[in-house]
Design a protein around this ligand. Sequence first.
Ligand code: ADE
Length: 225
Amino acid sequence: MVFHIISAVPALLDSPLSHSILQRARNKGLLDIHIYDLHDYGVGKQQQIDDYQFGGGAGMVMMVEPLYKCIETIFSKFGKMKVIYVTPDGKTFKQAHANEWSMEESFIIICGHYKGVDQRVRDHLVDIEVSIGDFVLSGGELAALVLVDSISRLIPGVLNDASSALTDSFQDDLLAPPVYTRPAKFNGWNVPDVLLSGHDANIRDWRERKALETTQNKRPDLINE
Ligand code: ADE
């Protein structure tokens, strides 16, 4: 899987992509990430990437030309691919999207800043508009990282134990059941006996029951959806 991420502040992306599971996936060649500094495609001597909005109003708007140039450069080198724009007014990102998109070969992700991008970018260059939730971030980089992380961990070989991703919260529209590790007794707080019983069927039943109970308590909307 290849991600091409276009950003006005690329340094914001560095650390999360260079550690732990994502860095290991990159080392193994399962994940390839290209980061583009939008200023390199900026207009004029100042390499301008944003300007005032037509019609007046507070906040700068990201210009169409730098994004067009950057996307065309990526297409000419790597071929056409879907372009995602992360924005608070996009459709809400869900586990089902991560599952579906983990089967694609490549994506371009545009990180917005300021007031967002010129509408012509959305009308003519973007295929998918995605929000990571009903709140506004200072920039799209954190949202892009959320997409890259949640999609990448589903690529076969990225997680050491493939079944781990399948038992994540949301994979079956339920939250995950509680988990415990050693010691079995700590400070008078005990691990449920069933998990120590070695009885696989009982453990499976307990986990299913707890997943349902946890979802009913914390996210009843998932059950009634
Ligand atoms: N950019 C700013 N806020 C965002 C959000 N909630 N989701 C995606 N991109 C964003």
